[in-house]
Design a protein around this ligand. Sequence first.
Ligand SMILES: Cc1cc2nc3c(=O)[nH]c(=O)nc-3n(C[C@H](O)[C@H](O)[C@H](O)COP(=O)(O)OP(=O)(O)OC[C@H]3O[C@@H](n4cnc5c(N)ncnc54)[C@H](O)[C@@H]3O)c2cc1C
Length: 453
Amino acid sequence: MASASGRDADVAIIGAGFAGLAAARSLAVAGAEPLVLEARERVGGRTLNVEIGEGKVVEMGGQWIGPTQERIAALAREVGVETFRTHTEGANLLRLDGRLRRYSGTIPRLNPLALLDVARALRKLNRLAEGIDREAPWLDRDAARLDRISLGAWIDRTLMSATAKRLIRVAGRTIWGAEPEEMSLLHTAFYVRSAGSFELLTDVEGGAQQDRFIGGSQEVATRVAAELGQRVRLGAPVSRIAHGPEGVIVDAGGDRVRARRAIVALPPPLTAAIEFDPGLPPSRRQLAQRMPPGWLVKMVAVYDEPFWRADGLSGEALNEEGPVTMTFDNSPPDGSPGALVGFVGGRDARAFAGLGKSERRRTALACFESLFGPQARAAERYLEQDWAAERWSGGGPVCNFATGGWTASGPALREPVGAIHWAGAETATRWCGYIDGAVSSGERAAAEALAAL
Ligand SMILES: Cc1cc2nc3c(=O)[nH]c(=O)nc-3n(C[C@H](O)[C@H](O)[C@H](O)COP(=O)(O)OP(=O)(O)OC[C@H]3O[C@@H](n4cnc5c(N)ncnc54)[C@H](O)[C@@H]3O)c2cc1C
């Protein structure tokens, strides 16, 4: 309903993922009137809780939170969602070169040359990242050179051991949902810089997988949306944004919303499905094509109990053979029922998604069995989410700049276009691609819009 000023809101926000919700909350706290327009019939975007009985949930999208992720930690605290430690007790598993190894701590017992090779490459990548300006990677003295080569080419050039090369490739498939050839080295260095180090991205203890939310990550979004009440409209896919000096008119599923500013809080490629009038500058339009989403399928197998714990295993595994290349213990805080989570990413996800439903289940559980023994095959429930099949996500966990992307389109990533501001995990300068980055990007876009009101 339009107000006397002829407006429905001060700021129309497109997307009720963590970025859009954090933007709306910041605006509301500052006394402005936000209105969030969300295509789906739920909030939370790339986070998704699924109930497994007795009020317990497993998460099919983003779930972990780790040290230095201060914006999501603050938001969760403010809406009363607590965290608990990811289960890590016991030995981890590594299947590499056809051998399954058990190991404790963070470093597996591998051929020492391969280990040295990995350590040297990661040191090099961290050093590369340290030099990158998080706000403007394209201004790096070496930006043109780093953006010209892919992570894949760098791996081939930098590492000597074939085993070490494969190890880094496998890890990358879950971190980015992409093959290293699909990503620019400058993007990789920026991404590592935005997190702090490669180890912060990959570690459980002390890293991005350290903690989980009691009640699941989506619960934080659900509570923020509950606070916002009528200021969140579900089932409102935005198809057109007309904009000018007076503000914006947003068409959303049969509704027309007038506001002074807009915040578009979507994965960048999805902005291409919206008609802008007048059209976006070419540099912003091209951005949508230069940042393809990763492809990540996440699966959770639920068991009576976490039987692997009794075998002295933590549930964490890296499995080069795939297609499930990474697993973790994903049981609720009290360890009942048991849950194992797995990921299939990059080229494996493309092949996996082509299988029939029962074949995918069989394949995934066979992978779990090959790691954790025959009990793993007898899952009580098998849940799966292919994020590339989701119209309103397009892929996951994150969209990544391909070679040449940062230098060609980087400056357009956050630059407002008239009354339109940009948010979303991909626009974050800290923890880009993570829930924390989504929250900080929403808060940053809200501050921009407030300053302009
Ligand atoms: C499998 C998987 C695992 C992950 N693991 C982790 C993890 O453990 N920890 C972590 O921090 N991060 C993780 N991530 C990443 C994290 O989930 C995302 O970075 C974050 O949720 C993105 O939030 P966002 O608000 O930027 O975007 P989104 O969550 O994508 O929100 C965008 C919203 O816009 C809506 N929308 C789209 N188009 C329109 C339209 N035209 N009109 C209106 N609404 C529209 C969508 O429905 C969606 O709700 C993971 C992601 C995936 C997929």
